[in-house]
Write a protein that binds this ligand. Structure first.
Ligand code: ADP
Length: 295
């Protein structure tokens, strides 16, 4: 199963073009959709999850026409939105049992086996009687994965799943996603570079609705090799570098700006070459637009 997206575009009523001719080939496994806030990630996710219409383009999941045959998509889709909405004051077991029933698992014995297996799989078995309203952020996300696994989905979409999770919760969630991603298409939309670095064999970077890069993270890193230069500068110098069109990023270290520049040769006095990171790939694509879309 693979997902083929061709020339997808979407402009909202207020004139914002959220997707501009996006084409992507998404194979089985974990696929990271990386972009800053407002890039168009949720719009793309919602269109693929049949919750929103595209203006033009196509998306095929195997032989299912995603934009036209919505019922067929919904039968094989697991969707974990940014916010699952209200977390009611009912226990995790009870809620999952209820959702399984709504999703058509009507046989009582089958549903019991399924709910038990899912709660164990997402490591919430010991919490099964606890009210969802009292769950931590990480527990809510793991519950979200359990509900989206009902019906053995072929396409799983998770939208910004690790925002607000502490490092321990994030790790538990990563491990869970990695297990799931072995046999299905999992699209992980995120603005957190670490999510993609740790999880995804393939990724895309989008900004302002446009695709800036598609391919394996390793390939993107390879392309930057020997071209990322670092220097600690004085605060007053930052503006000049920003205007120069080569500034990948800047951060503060002990109060002084540390900059990364993109250049094929040493840009000047005081710069040293650094090993490119996925942050350099991401911010380079966003701020300079250097990354080339892979075929
Ligand atoms: P992301 O998920 O990457 O943060 P979104 O897809 O939510 O990006 O948003 C992309 C752009 O479309 C943003 O400029 C956002 O303000 C705009 N947008 C999103 N939803 C709507 C909407 N329902 N109506 C109008 N504009 C919207």
């Amino acid at each position: 199963m693979e997902l083929l997206i061709e020339n997808l575009s979407k402009t909202y009523g207020n004139g914002v073009q959220a997707l501009d001719n996006v084409s992507l080939h998404i194979p089985t496994g974990m696929f990271g959709l990386l972009g800053p806030n407002g890039a168009g990630k949720s719009t793309l996710m919602r269109i693929l999850a049949t919750l929103q219409e595209a203006d033009s383009g196509s998306a095929m999941l195997g032989d299912i026409n995603v934009l036209r045959d919505k019922d067929a998509v919904r039968r094989v889709l697991g969707y974990l939105p940014q916010e699952l909405g209200v977390y009611p004051k009912v226990g995790a077991y009870e809620m999952l049992d209820h959702i399984a029933l709504l999703k058509g698992v009507t046989a009582r014995g089958e549903r019991k086996d399924l709910v038990e297996a899912l709660l164990k799989r997402v490591n919430l078995w010991d919490q099964r009687k606890r009210r969802l309203s009292g769950f931590s952020g990480g527990m809510k996300q793991r519950f979200g994965i359990a509900q989206c696994l009902i019906g053995q989905p072929k396409l799983i979409i998770v939208d910004e799943p690790t925002a607000g999770l502490d490092p321990g919760e994030r790790n538990r969630f990563y491990n869970l996603l990695t297990e799931i991603g072995e046999n299905v298409v999992v699209i992980l939309s995120t603005h957190i570079v670490q999510d993609v670095r740790e999880l995804c064999g393939n990724m895309a970077i989008i900004n302002k609705g446009r695709l800036l890069y598609a391919g394996p993270p390793d390939t993107a890193l390879q392309e930057l090799k020997g071209k990322v230069w670092e220097k600690t500068i004085a605060k007053g110098e930052l503006e000049g570098y920003a205007a120069g069109g080569k500034l990948i990023s800047h951060r503060l270290s002990a109060g002084s700006p540390v900059i990364h520049l993109l250049d094929s040769a040493a840009p000047g006095e005081g710069f040293h070459a650094v090993e490119p990171s996925l942050e350099d790939v991401f911010f380079g694509a966003i701020n300079i637009g250097n990354a080339q879309p892979a075929a």
